[in-house]
Design a protein around this ligand. Structure first.
Ligand code: ZN
Length: 173
């Protein structure tokens, strides 16, 4: 049995960048759960001892806590980052469509929605007009993204954003 779940209306196939992506094989309405991540929980020390390819497919769920994917990636592990994604988070492990997705579109989320750690920084070539070029563990703090993804951050980062706003910024506009 797989640890993660992927909607039947999606398949893994080669994506634009080297590697694989997850593509809709049917129209998927807004608000649909398309993936649910499972794995093993690791603290920071355990996580940092893992090989890099396991770290980049893992998911941060709290400060110093990581949901680690299996050694052999599963279909849901091939969900890619986009700077203009069509999916976001509900809770810490559910990926949900933010808008209607047409058959053939790649399902993506923005790693800024869940990562606050530098373990998966990379040069982005997602091809969207608003591509940030470099994706970092601090992107969740960008005011523009906090506004755009309001309600779509993982609950972990949602709480951190609330704290950030309380401490420094006053209410978001
Ligand atoms: Zn990008």
């Amino acid at each position: 049995m797989l640890l993660s779940w992927l909607i039947d209306d999606a398949e893994v196939r080669p994506a634009g960048a080297p590697g694989l992506g997850v593509f809709a094989t049917a129209d998927i309405p807004a608000g649909s759960v398309v993936a649910a991540f499972g794995g093993h929980m690791a603290d920071r020390a355990t996580f940092e001892a893992l090989p890099g390819h396991r770290q980049v497919h893992s998911l941060q769920v709290a400060d110093g806590h990581f949901l680690v994917c299996p050694a052999e990636p599963e279909p849901a592990d091939h969900l890619n980052h986009s700077c203009e994604p069509n999916c976001g988070f509900q809770g810490n492990v559910l990926i949900v469509t933010m808008r209607d997705v047409a058959r053939g579109e790649e399902l993506t989320f923005d790693y800024a929605m869940c990562d606050s750690d530098p373990y998966d920084e990379f040069e982005c070539a997602c091809g969207s007009s608003g591509c940030r070029r470099k994706v970092t563990g601090n992107d969740w703090m960008l005011p523009e993204l906090r506004g755009r993804y309001r309600g779509w951050f993982s609950s972990y980062l949602g709480h951190r954003i609330d704290e950030l706003v309380d401490d420094t910024d006053g209410p978001l506009g």
